[in-house]
Write a protein that binds this ligand. Structure first.
Ligand SMILES: Cc1cc2nc3c(=O)[nH]c(=O)nc-3n(C[C@H](O)[C@H](O)[C@H](O)COP(=O)(O)OP(=O)(O)OC[C@H]3O[C@@H](n4cnc5c(N)ncnc54)[C@H](O)[C@@H]3O)c2cc1C
Length: 365
């Protein structure tokens, strides 16, 4: 998010400095599964997903770098009638907003797209072939390097220790290497954003939550063009990764926190689900695994906008920040420079919880 915003701010002629306590791209983004989709339930997120695909399709023209964008599609498998009806309603909204290639599928249609799927108990599926996957590293460094060429400075290994304030106004940040004074400061610290807000006494409703990813050795049981496939009921998902398969599943029992150790017992639980849904996975040999942090908000929508004079936030993506950042970076830069958001981002207003004005996202994995 920080690198995308820096790129678009620099392009508008602003002096920008990105400050990271570690290396850019090594936070939540490093753990990301790379999924890009417009199959959401809320209008704002559908529009962002559609725009993200446009931005990533012309990424090389904009930044000179590849996004490694592969439009292999996203296939949602739906088990209950309630899920099928909910996704059907979302498909109607998506199509009304111009997502022409999204379709509802029968279970047998889904099986034809992903050989080996067990679909006997499914109520239905939805598929959007222009959704897909991109490279988190490629996109982060593509934005960062293009931002640098535009004059932005990226300061790594520099933790922010405190904010500089005068009365209610934020004037910059304090680091061990010195103070950085700036007109606008943006908190885009991923799962650690609430900790930064707490330095100012703000209670940003963003909680870190562990998610694990497993990747196999080369595996012939999945085609390179197999879509990102999500068993919505269990949240088990998989997609091709290199010559192997990448897969994962949410663990509802995991408490919020910053623990990123790999719990290998999760593999057994995923395997039990795969046995029922996609048995070919049982032949894959796991090569590596990692855990990263989602940045969850109560309504699964990010916080984007001003917090107080001189201070902004762009965080809390609830597991979708990789696909949202290329778009929200541009819109937020336009807002910061021009004084108004180019798009209605009321659903992301940081004070919406106090006002009770929520538009929760329902298609969350
Ligand atoms: C397993 C997993 C799978 C995912 N899959 C997808 C997916 O398929 N599609 C998708 O769109 N999203 C996905 N996500 C979510 C996505 O990765 C995040 O939403 C996104 O990367 C957030 O980017 P960010 O820039 O906001 O945060 P980050 O990438 O975490 O960057 C925040 C930066 O802030 C820095 N920082 C923190 N504290 C300080 C401090 N005090 N001082 C200075 N710097 C600080 C950190 O070092 C870090 O580099 C996934 C996440 C996980 C964990």
């Amino acid at each position: 998010m920080g690198c995308s915003l820096a790129f678009y701010l620099a392009r508008q002629g602003r002096s920008v400095i990105v400050i990271d306590r570690g290396r850019i791209g090594q936070g939540a983004t490093a753990a990301c599964a790379g999924g890009i989709r417009a199959q959401f339930s809320t209008e704002v997120n559908i529009r962002i997903g559609m725009e993200a695909k446009r931005v990533l399709s012309r990424f090389a023209d904009e930044t000179g770098a590849t996004a490694d964008f592969r439009q292999v599609g996203y296939l949602f498998l739906l088990t209950t009638d309630e899920e099928r009806e909910r996704f059907a309603e979302a498909v109607r909204l998506q199509r009304r907003l111009g997502l022409d290639d999204v379709v509802e599928l029968s279970p047998s249609d889904a099986k034809a797209i992903v050989p080996g799927l067990e679909t006997g108990d499914l109520a239905g599926a939805t598929f959007c072939p222009s959704d897909g996957l991109a490279g988190p590293n490629e996109v982060t460094y593509g934005f960062a390097n293009a931002a640098r060429r535009g004059g932005a400075v990226i300061l790594e290994d520099t933790p922010i220790d405190a904010f500089l304030t005068r009365d209610d106004t934020v004037k910059g940040v304090a680091t061990a290497g010195g103070d950085v004074i700036c007109q606008d400061t943006v908190i885009c610290a991923g799962p650690w954003s609430a900790a930064l807000g707490a330095m100012l006494g703000l209670a940003l409703p963003i909680e870190p939550s562990r998610r694990q990813v497993f990747v196999s050795e080369p595996f012939s049981g999945i085609g390179r063009r197999t879509p990102m496939t999500i068993d919505f009921h269990t949240s088990f998902y998989f997609h091709p990764e290199g010559n192997g398969v990448l897969f994962g599943m949410s663990d509802p029992s995991v408490a919020p926190g910053e623990d990123t150790t790999v719990d290998w017992s999760m593999l057994e639980r995923i395997t039990a689900v795969a046995q029922r849904r996609w048995p070919p996975l049982l032949d894959a040999r796991v090569k590596t695994a990692w855990a990263g942090l989602y940045e969850m908000t109560p309504d699964f929508q990010p916080l984007i906008g001003p917090l107080r004079p001189g201070l902004w936030v762009a965080a809390g993506f609830s597991g979708h920040g990789f696909m949202m950042a290329p778009v929200l970076g541009r819109w937020l830069a336009a807002w910061m420079v021009g004084g108004a958001s180019p798009t209605d981002l009321a659903a992301f207003a940081p004070d919406r919880f106090q006002r009770g004005a929520l538009q929760p996202e329902r298609n969350v994995v």
